[in-house]
Design a protein around this ligand. Sequence first.
Ligand SMILES: [Zn+2]
Length: 346
Amino acid sequence: MNKIKVLKKVNMFCSICGEEHELDLCEELDETIIKKEKVNYICHYYRCNKYKNENTFMTEDMWNESLINSLDSYRIEKDLLTSKEIKKIRNKYKLSQAELAFLMGLGEITITRYETKQIQENSNDSLLKEINNNAIFTLKLLENNKNKFSSKRFEEISENIKNIIDSETISYLKQEEIKAKYVKYDKKSLENGNCILNIEKLSNVLGYITKTMKSVKKVVLMKLLWFIDAYSFKEYGKAITGLVYEHRIYGALPIAYDELLELPSINYEIKISDDEKYEYKIFANKDYKVVGLSKQEKEIINKVINKFKNFKSHEIAEYMHEERAYKETKSDQIITFDLTKDLREF
Ligand SMILES: [Zn+2]
């Protein structure tokens, strides 16, 4: 039996008995079959209490909403974009339904159908996800389909897409670069500290460090990451970020160290120092909300920050040079996490 919830009583025309009176506005988790799959979805309807059976009816809006809810339940199961997500992509680029369809090289009403009554084909789902993530790709699509737009609209849309490239796409592409550089480390091992790189987790760790420390030099930040992972591995047998570190002059340096500075949780400034070296000062992105770190992970990060918060770049490098993990590895070699078992106590 499905659970029916009465949301409220409303006075209105009843389609069951043909007069105006008080009706129950009900909500129910219903079940249907879509493409041979059973899905649950929320629907709303009115109930006339003058009758025991056949006493409910839906308005047209309720029908449409139920249909969208059931399609979206299926989409969530299949990891497809929901109708709301498709609409959100369209709104981000400030496109009408027809314009998004033209941009994708599809018929005029395709997107309208996806937003109201039809599940998108897998190929168009992938295309929409790429459009969402990669505005450079979107700009290319627009140029390929230029003849479908007036020159005024073409310029406006082009401008909107360029703004999105500026604000989001560079970070997305850097994340893809990080993923590419870690493609070999897709299994738990001593190289990644029994932890497969999770970019979102890494972004949150960086956000947490920079929110706690206000600002931090690049060399110090890279060392902090290693000490955090090394300490976590030593104590709990598992690193936190999944980064893989190499033996470099200043100590441990994670693979894709430059790209990780582009993650959305942090910002940085570059200055040229007196001895003509680039100095990176990294700080928190105030708009980024740090989430998903456990109490234990925060304790480890805090412990490492407390130990090193007043260390200058060369001091933390010198400290690292005394670690067995550093002494027992050669230049450019990966520092495996088994070497952290002799990590000095903080
Ligand atoms: Zn009635």
